[in-house]
Design a protein around this ligand. Structure first.
Ligand code: TYD
Ligand code: MG
Length: 468
C-alpha cells in the first residue's frame, strides 16, 4: 500500500518544499505556505482508485447558437476594451492605483447597463451606501435602478444575490476583492488566502448562475494586482486602469482577455461629472504642442487596434556630471540608451557628454518599438537645436546596426496622421512588394538607415555637420 504523503505549497507562487516556513523562500511572501496532500503514488503494474465517470462530448459547432449575446454598456471605450461588451457569466478584474477612478468607472458602467434592462448589483466593501449614492448624485445617475449594498461577507453577499428580486442578477460588482472575507478562514480580509477563497467562491457561484462579476483589485506599489497571482488566472479578463494623477486622462488597458483582444485601450477624461469618453485621443495629446520648438517629434503610435498620435519631447544639454543624466518619462530607459548608442556609433553624433531628457507628453506610456524613429528624430532635432518640419509624423523601429525596420499597421497610422492634418510621414522602407502604403493626402518619405534621418534634416535646413 502506498503511503499518503503531504508537502508544503506556497499559495502565492506555487513553490513546493518539504517543511513549513513562515516565509516562502522563493517569492518572499509571508504566511502563504500551506500543507497539501500529494496524490497517492501508485506502484507500476497496479491500478488504484475508482474508474472515472463518462462525460458527454459535444460538437464544437453548435448551429443553434451562432451568436453569443453580450451586454453593451453604451460606454464605447469600456465595451471595446472588453472585446465588444460584457460576456454573460464572465469574471473581470480591474486593477489600478487608489483614487484613479475605478469605483467611478464601474458605477457609471453599472448605471448605463441597468438602464438597458440588465439586472445589476453593486456591492461596496469600502464605502457606505450613502457615499455611493452621493457619488451617483454627483455623476447625475441617482435615478437608476441599481441594487446597492455595503457588505464584506462573501456568503452573505451570495445568499442575498440569489434572493434579490424575482429576476436573476446578471451583473455583480465587488468593490473591492481585498475587503471581502469568507468566515471559515481565520486570516484578515486582504490576505492571500482570503482574497483567493473569496474570489473562488464568488466566481464559482457566478459561473453556475451565468452572472457576470466585476472585481475591483488594489495594486501594490509596483503596479501588480495585490494578492495572489492565481487571482489573475481565475478570472476571464484582467484590465488595468491607469493614468497619471496630475493629468486628467485615464487609460483602461486590457491585459488578459479570454473573450476578445488584449492590448486594446479605452481613453477617458476625468471631469467634474465623472469619466468622459475621449473619442479622439490624438487631438487631446497634441493639443498643447508647439511645433516651432526643437526636440519635438510626433509619433504615430498604435495601441491595440487603435492608432494614436503623441508628442515625443527630447532635451539634450551639456552635462557637468561625470556620468551624464538619462531621464525618461513614458518610455523604456533601456531603449533610449540603445537609440543613443546607435546615434553615436552609426551616425557619428556626439551625445555621450550630454544630459538627455525624454518625455512622452501628456503622461501617456508608450511601449512599442515603433517609437524608435520618432525618439531618434527628437534627439537629433534637440542636438542640432533645429525644429523638425511641422506636420510630419514618424514611426519605425531602429535596429542595432542602425537599420530602420518595418512596423505593423503602417496604413492605420498614416490614416490617423492624415485625418489630423499631417502632410508628411517619415517611415521605414517597405520591402514587401505590393504593400506600398500610399494615401492621397499624405506624403511618405521612406528611410533605410538612421543616417538618412540625420542627413534628411541637415539637407533640408542647410545645417552643416552634426553638432557636438
Ligand atoms: P474613485 O473612483 O473613488 O477611485 P478608486 O475607486 O480608483 O480609488 O475616484 C476618486 C477620484 O476621482 C477622486 O480623486 C476624485 C475624482 N473624481 C472626479 O474628479 N470627478 C468625479 O465626478 C468623481 C466621482 C471623482
Ligand atoms: Mg474605490
Amino acid at each position: 500500500m502506498a503511503k499518503n504523503r503531504t508537502s508544503f505549497v506556497c499559495q502565492s507562487c506555487g513553490a513546493v518544499s518539504n517543511r513549513w516556513a513562515g516565509r516562502c523562500e522563493s517569492c518572499a511572501e509571508w504566511n502563504t505556505i500551506a500543507e497539501e496532500a500529494l496524490p497517492e503514488v501508485i506502484p507500476k503494474g497496479m491500478t488504484g482508485g475508482k474508474k472515472g465517470r463518462r462525460i458527454e462530448f459535444v460538437s464544437l459547432a453548435d448551429s443553434a447558437r451562432s451568436i453569443y449575446p453580450r451586454y453593451n454598456t453604451g460606454i464605447a471605450e469600456f465595451d471595446r476594451v472588453l472585446g465588444g461588451g460584457l460576456v454573460p457569466g464572465s469574471a473581470i478584474l480591474i486593477g489600478g492605483d487608489p483614487g484613479i477612478g475605478k469605483s467611478t468607472l464601474l458605477l457609471q458602467a453599472v448605471c448605463a447597463l441597468s438602464k438597458t434592462g440588465v439586472h445589476c448589483v453593486y456591492v461596496s466593501g469600502e464605502e457606505s451606501v450613502d457615499q455611493v449614492r452621493m457619488r451617483a448624485g454627483r455623476l447625475g445617475l441617482e435615478k437608476t435602478p441599481v441594487a446597492l449594498a455595503s457588505a464584506t461577507n462573501v456568503r452573505d453577499i451570495l445568499a442575498s444575490v440569489d434572493s434579490a428580486g424575482e429576476r436573476a442578477v446578471q451583473l455583480l460588482v465587488i468593490d473591492s476583492i481585498q475587503t471581502m472575507f469568507v468566515d471559515n478562514i481565520e486570516s484578515a480580509p486582504g490576505t492571500v488566502s482570503q482574497v483567493r477563497t473569496s474570489a473562488q467562491e464568488i466566481i464559482r457561484h457566478a459561473k453556475a448562475k451565468n452572472m457576470a462579476v466585476i472585481f475591483v483589485g488594489h495594486v501594490t506599489k509596483d503596479g501588480q494586482i495585490a494578492g495572489p497571482r492565481v487571482l489573475e488566472h481565475m478570472v476571464d479578463t484582467v484590465l488595468h486602469f491607469e493614468g497619471d494623477r496630475s493629468h486628467h486622462f485615464r487609460i483602461l488597458r486590457g491585459v488578459k482577455n479570454r473573450f476578445g483582444p488584449t492590448d486594446e485601450i479605452g481613453v477617458f477624461e476625468m471631469a467634474g461629472e465623472g469619466l468622459a469618453e475621449v473619442e479622439n485621443p490624438s487631438a487631446l495629446f497634441l493639443s498643447q504642442r508647439n511645433g516651432e520648438v526643437s526636440g519635438s517629434a510626433v509619433l504615430a503610435a498604435l495601441e491595440g487596434t487603435r492608432p494614436m498620435l503623441v508628442e515625443v519631447q527630447a532635451l539634450v544639454a551639456p552635462s557637468t556630471l561625470g556620468s551624464p543624466r538619462r531621464s525618461v518619462i513614458g518610455w523604456d530607459p533601456n531603449r533610449l540608451a540603445m537609440i543613443l548608442a546607435v546615434l553615436e556609433t552609426r551616425c557619428g553624433l556626439q551625445i555621450s557628454g550630454c544630459d538627455v531628457f525624454l518625455n512622452i507628453a501628456g503622461g501617456i506610456r508608450i511601449n512599442e518599438p515603433a517609437a524608435d524613429l520618432a525618439v531618434a528624430a527628437a534627439l537629433v532635432s534637440a542636438l542640432q537645436n533645429t525644429a523638425l518640419p511641422a506636420e510630419t509624423v514618424f514611426f519605425g523601429e531602429i535596429g542595432l546596426a542602425g537599420e530602420v525596420r518595418r512596423v505593423a499597421q503602417a496604413d492605420l497610422r498614416l490614416k490617423e496622421a492624415a485625418k489630423l492634418g499631417f502632410r508628411e510621414a517619415i517611415i521605414p522602407k517597405n520591402k514587401k512588394k505590393g504593400e506600398k502604403v500610399a494615401l492621397p493626402n499624405i506624403r511618405t518619405q521612406e528611410l533605410e538607415h538612421v543616417q538618412d534621418l540625420a542627413n534628411l534634416f541637415l539637407e533640408r535646413r542647410g545645417v552643416k555637420a552634426c553638432a557636438g
